[in-house]
Design a protein around this ligand. Structure first.
Ligand code: SAM
Ligand code: SF4
Length: 327
């Protein structure tokens, strides 16, 4: 399906919960965010209905995120139902890796073997400072188990000035040793009110840090819709990506639509939610009406994240939390 800027939109990211067991400070304040009651969240039946409608409109890529998706009690049921839809050959998940090892056999059975694992530091103390929880060993153990089980992993690391820039080179080292994609993400201003962002450690700063250590840091050919610019280094088993999430230089090939846990459609990460699809569905609409609504919403997708931000009804981005947006 095309938007008004002739971009093909085929990728839906669904926040399945706003809850989380970690408190990464770039995402949530230490006291957490006010959680929605479960009845306000899209049920797994509603999510699979939406996926079916979107699949019939040409969507073929889905990612479940949150909050922490594995905190949701019926998350595995949602995966099982999604697995039965033939429009989505690849189901992807973004997770903090603290609660999921028991589900690995079931995930493999469903062919769900592509995961994004968040890991901002290889130093246990810094990990604890960033996430405000003492789960470093658990996440590392998940990492090794997933590798052993043959999962294709992307490691997501948010890079923050004065916090974890010294982790960049050790994290790049993971791609040297293992066939993983290590992706560095610029910090976005969605931390649920903890603080205003300091100066952002930009994609160019990340690039300059890496190339100083690895002069043979070569750009790879990207796929359409990639938010990360990918690089390889000779002799490495994996690769490295840099995601200019704050600088927003990838918007001209954006192929995404986001649905938050309570059903707000976000046609851009930087908009404030353009429509609530949960209330629309609960008013008893038909699949045809849902389809027409999505066609209309995709047409409203703004040209880029700066335009979306300008249209927003609040100037206080940092009061929003990525766990509510569905990162
Ligand atoms: N809890 C899961 C996790 O941490 O992987 C999934 C949800 S989390 C919101 C999804 C991704 O968003 C994570 O990789 C996280 O690092 C990233 N993220 C959260 N807040 C961010 C921010 N302010 N700027 C950039 N990335 C952010
Ligand atoms: Fe939780 Fe993920 Fe947000 Fe960290 S980034 S607080 S793990 S939702």
């Amino acid at each position: 399906m095309k938007d008004s800027f002739n971009r093909s939109i085929n990728y839906v990211r669904i926040g399945v919960t706003d809850r989380c067991n970690l408190r990464c400070f770039y995402c949530m304040p230490k006291e957490g965010v006010p959680y929605e009651p479960s009845a306000h969240l899209l049920s797994y039946e509603e999510i699979t209905r939406l996926l079916n409608v979107l699949g019939n409109l040409g969507f073929n890529k889905v990612r479940f995120t949150g909050g922490e998706p594995f905190l949701r009690k019926d998350f595995m049921t949602l995966l099982e139902k999604t697995y039965t839809l033939d429009q989505y050959p690849d189901i992807r998940i973004t997770t903090n890796g603290t609660l999921m090892t028991k589900q690995i056999p079931k995930l493999k059975e469903m062919g769900i073997t592509k995961l994004n694992l968040s890991l901002d530091s290889l130093d246990a103390k810094r990990f604890k400072k960033i996430t405000r929880r003492d789960d470093f060993d658990k996440v590392m153990s998940t990492f090794y188990t997933l590798l052993k089980e043959g999962f294709k992993l992307k490691i997501n690391a948010v890079v923050m000035n004065d916090i974890n820039t010294e982790d960049i080179i050790p994290l790049v080292g993971l791609a040297k040793q293992y066939p993983v994609s290590v992706r560095f993400i610029e910090e976005m201003p969605f931390n649920g009110g903890y603080k205003k962002n300091k100066t952002v450690f930009k994609a160019t700063d990340i690039y300059n840090t890496i190339i100083k250590k690895y002069p043979d840091f070569h750009k790879k050919e990207g796929k359409h819709g990639d938010t990360a610019t990918s690089y390889r280094i000779d002799g490495f088993l994996g690769d490295v990506g840099i995601i200019p999430a704050f600088s927003r230089t990838f918007c001209n090939t954006c192929n995404r639509l986001r649905i938050t846990a309570k059903g707000d459609i976000k046609s851009c990460l930087y908009d404030s939610g353009v429509f609530n699809i949960r209330d629309f569905m609960r008013s008893g609409v038909t699949d045809k009406e849902l389809t027409e609504k999505f066609v209309e919403l995709v047409k409203l997708k703004p040209e880029n994240g700066f335009v979306a931000e300008k249209m927003k009804n609040t100037k206080h981005d940092h009061l929003e939390s990525m766990s509510v947006i569905g990162g």
